[in-house]
Design a binder for this molecule. Sequence first.
Ligand code: SER
Length: 317
Amino acid sequence: MKKILVIGSVGQIGSELTLELRKIYGNDHVVAAGRKTKPSEKLLNSGPFEVVEVTDIDSIRSVVEKHNIDAIINMAAILSATGEENPSLAWNVNMNGLYNCLEVARKYEMKQVLVPSSIAVFGPETPRINTPQETILKPTTMYGVTKVSGELLGDYYVRRYGLDVRGLRYPGIISYETLPGGGTTDYAVAIYYDAVKYGKYTCFVKEDTRLPMMYMPDCLKATIDLMQADFANLKHHCDFNVGAMAFSVGEMVDSIRKFIPGFKIEYKPDHRQNIADSWPDSVDDTAARKEWGWEPKYDLDAMTEDMLTNIRKKLNV
Ligand code: SER
């Protein structure tokens, strides 16, 4: 049985992934860790919580020893937009944090490390449509630079030390439980909140901006399916493309109007437009489908309906 440490458990993906893993492996087998952000009651009440600073290797080590951890999921990261405001912070958290996780995992001979990557590994020179698994990786953001380096570093630990390291290139993740923070794809969550709260949204990227996206239930499924895949079947390790949906903001607006007919949208592109323009429209995820059976469930309208219903419940409107 694995005893998993989820670093970054207070974030958008970590908060839901931790609860899902607790359902599968048992509450005490999944230790949530975070920095200063206050964890939700759900997270605190359902199992152990520890403060870990991912850039401080000793803080990881002491929690690993205390709980006999044999697998680490490192969800702590500075995302693309914040990373451009503070590139050195992004490097420190994303690279030194990852290096610390891998080193602790190697020294304690852990069973597995999960290292998330992102569509941010791609750049303006990458083929944009149905972006292949093996392609040009020349990102223009510090976030992307750290994600390419993270994939290479993870693969290095597999080859050099035989450590089981896995990772997938998340597209923009859409969810209602915990807000994303500091990413370029944050508009795809904010649009639903503002649709419910105000019936209108001012979008920081243009109407025809099209990016690969995924709804949280598919994100959890992808992550857990990859974790549970037979290592012997994996030819790739830390860099799986995973597709689910790809749509423009205009198409999101059309989908929202099926449920909120009067929904209004305004476009005021800012610096994040350049980042969005450097990422693909859609990705080819044949490797993930073949090597560990990846298959997404949600399409745009199914997600829109579910998002709006759950945000209304959450906000009591
Ligand atoms: N959601 C991330 C971002 O926008 C991409 O991985 O930075």
